[in-house]
Every structure is written in C-alpha cells, then in structure tokens.
Design a protein around this ligand. Structure first.
Ligand SMILES: [Mg+2]
Length: 243
C-alpha cells in the first residue's frame, strides 16, 4: 500500500505537467484554414481570370524530402533516429535509399496543386528520383511533369536548372529551391527555402502557403520575386573573374 501511494505521489505531478504541456500546445496551435476554390469572392475570381495560370517548379532534395543512403554490406553511419516514410533498393547504387518527407509536404502539395501547374526539377538522377516522386504523388497525378539531371544545363562547372524548360513564360513561372546557386540562375523567378534536415521541426512549407496564395494573382511574378532575395552567386563569379 505504501509503495502504491509512493509511486502515485511521484507520478501525479509529472502527469499534471504532461497534461499542462499538451493543453498549452493545443491552445497555442492555430491551424491555417483555406477556403475551397469555389469560395473565392467574385472580385478574386475575376482577378485570377485576368492573369495566367502559373507553373511552380519544385526542387526535390532538401526541399520536399531529404534522403539517406545505406550501402549494401556496409555498416551504416549516422542513421537518422526518426522513422523513414519510404525506402527502396537502388541496384545501380547498390544501396537502400531511405526517404524522409518534409513536415506538411502532403498538405502543401494538395494545396499548391490547386493553385499552380507543378513541375519537379531535380538535379538528381532519374533512376533515383523517379521512385521517390511516384511515392510523393500517391497516384494523384500532380507530379507527372518532371525534369531530371539530364535536363540541367552545365554552367560554371555546376548543373543549373533553367525554369524556362518548365514554362517559356517568365511572367508565370517560379522556382522553389533550397540551393541559392540554383535560385541565382533564376533570379527574379525564385524563392529560396532553407534545407530540410531529417527530424527537425520544420514549418517552412506551411509558412510559404500564404505567399504562394498571393503570388498566383500577380500579372508577373518577377515584380515581387526580384525584391525578395539578393542572390550572390553571379557577383561572386564576376569577382573571381575580375581578380
Ligand atoms: Mg535541393
């Protein structure tokens, strides 16, 4: 009896602390609720009809997912401590690829696929990226437009993604990428997102939704995006050439 009372005295304060922290998280959590497309005001619908539907070019690695590779027959090093979302064996690499989705990715894709035509542009090899994109698409057909490593342009010894390959109309195309180099190649049409680290608490995708929601109403995305981020890649190159 004494033991039970002792354990109860020990656990009850901890239980209260746990309940208090859960309550605080619930109270502080404010979900973003978007109205469906049909509930746009007549003014918004009219505005949208006056501008072109836009293409959102999505990078894959460290933007939508981050992967970890385990070579066959080798002792794994630095294996992430969180559960993976998807894995597959890649014979060409003799390795198993573990895929970790960025938080809120499914909700993000659901939403932006209603606003934009989506194209994935990855510098990864097709045989590596294709199974991952099939998994992310989940049969919805929203990630069918894809550009891979072979579609990149060799520039200054690096692989550059040109958004013109996804859409020839620069007024209506934008790139979301974690690489400032890739963004600098498409300055004026790019949004830089921080790289996703496996297991981190990350809200970058969900935080971008209001901005992307607004951008689809623009006549020319460059009028906004050219002011967003100053990309240093070209100036660095020019400086190195000048020296
Ligand atoms: Mg990337």
């Amino acid at each position: 009896m004494g033991l039970v009372v002792g354990v109860a005295c020990l656990m009850i304060p901890r239980l209260w602390l746990l309940l208090a922290s859960v309550y605080r998280i619930c109270v502080e959590y404010t979900p973003i609720i978007y109205p469906s497309e049909d509930r746009l005001s007549p003014v918004s619908k009219r505005r949208l009809s006056l501008v072109g539907r836009k293409t959102l070019v999505l990078d894959m690695d460290e933007t939508m997912i981050t992967s970890w590779l385990k070579k066959s027959g080798k002792k794994p090093r630095n294996k992430p401590r969180v559960a993976h979302d998807f894995k597959f064996y890649l014979p060409a690499y003799e390795a198993t690829i573990y895929v970790y989705k960025r938080p809120y990715l499914d909700h993000f894709l659901d939403r932006v696929s209603k606003w934009y035509d989506l194209t994935v542009f990855t510098a990864g090899a097709e045989l590596y990226a294709s199974p991952i994109l099939d998994f992310l698409d989940r049969g919805r057909g929203i990630l069918n437009s894809r550009l891979y490593r072979q579609d990149c342009i060799e520039m200054y010894g690096t692989r550059a993604k040109c958004v013109l390959l996804a859409s020839p109309d620069l007024c209506n195309v934008l790139l979301l990428d974690n690489s400032s180099t890739e963004c600098s190649f498409n300055a004026g049409n790019a949004i830089l997102i921080k790289s996703y680290e496996i297991g981190s608490r990350d809200e970058a995708l969900i935080n971008l939704l209001p901005f992307l929601d607004a951008l689809r109403f623009m006549k020319d995305v460059r009028s906004v995006l050219k002011h967003c981020t100053r990309f240093e890649f070209f100036s660095t190159i020019l400086e190195s050439v000048a020296q």
